[in-house]
Ligand binder design. Structure first.
Ligand SMILES: CC(C)(COP(=O)(O)OP(=O)(O)OC[C@H]1O[C@@H](n2cnc3c(N)ncnc32)[C@H](O)[C@@H]1OP(=O)(O)O)[C@@H](O)C(=O)NCCC(=O)NCCS
Length: 163
């Protein structure tokens, strides 16, 4: 797997990975509205405080993942988000390898001591992934209604590894 900056073409591919409103919210929280269209991803793509990462399968050269890292030194905030793995590659360790690399990059790019993220409480695959990478739950931040279901949003945090 290789990591590189996300391109506009990648955004088109990612659009095809998100099949309905619940999948969209699970991935990106309240940022977008369904139906998800390219113009919304393009707006997301232009935040100067964010770096946008894509994971490429070394053999097939296919796009296998995307995530972005928000670093706002003025607000003492470093947050990883918009993590998604190509549905055809899920459950094979791609998320683990990819997110680990993005987390390392964040701690190298910033002196902030903690990285944060948000995740829905019932997103078992994501929770397992984050816990295995050293993130711990810090609490339920809020509840939200998605297609008439109540979803809990958890905050997680991970300190920089020192020494
Ligand atoms: C969450 C996501 C990124 C995980 O990526 P992945 O490549 O499938 O994850 P990995 O194969 O690296 O597995 C990571 C861990 O999650 C577990 N896991 C993966 N899929 C799982 C599933 N469907 N149910 C339960 N656990 C699962 C794995 O077992 C592994 O834990 P383990 O080492 O303790 O066994 C991927 O499922 C995804 O893109 N989901 C849709 C978008 C999303 O929800 N993003 C998260 C936003 S917060």
């Amino acid at each position: 797997m290789e990591l590189r900056s996300t391109t506009a073409n990648d955004l088109q591919t990612i659009l095809g990975w998100v099949k309905n409103n619940q999948e969209m919210v699970m991935w990106s929280g309240p940022t977008f509205t369904w139906p998800l269209e390219y113009a919304q991803l393009e707006r997301y793509f232009h935040n100067p405080n964010r770096t946008y990462w894509s994971a490429i399968d070394t053999e097939s050269q296919e796009l296998v993942g995307h995530a972005s890292l928000l670093i706002d030194n003025d607000a003492d905030l470093m947050r990883v988000g918009f993590i998604i793995v190509n549905p055809e590659y899920r459950g094979r360790g791609v998320g683990r390898e990819f997110v680990d690399a993005v987390v390392c990059d964040g701690f190298q790019a910033s002196t902030l001591p903690v990285m944060k993220l948000g995740v829905y409480a019932h997103n078992t695959a994501a929770l397992k992934l984050y816990e295995s990478l050293g993130f711990s739950k810090t609490g339920v931040v809020f509840q939200t209604t998605v297609d008439e279901e109540q979803w809990d949003v958890l905050d997680m945090a991970r300190p920089a590894v020192t020494g």
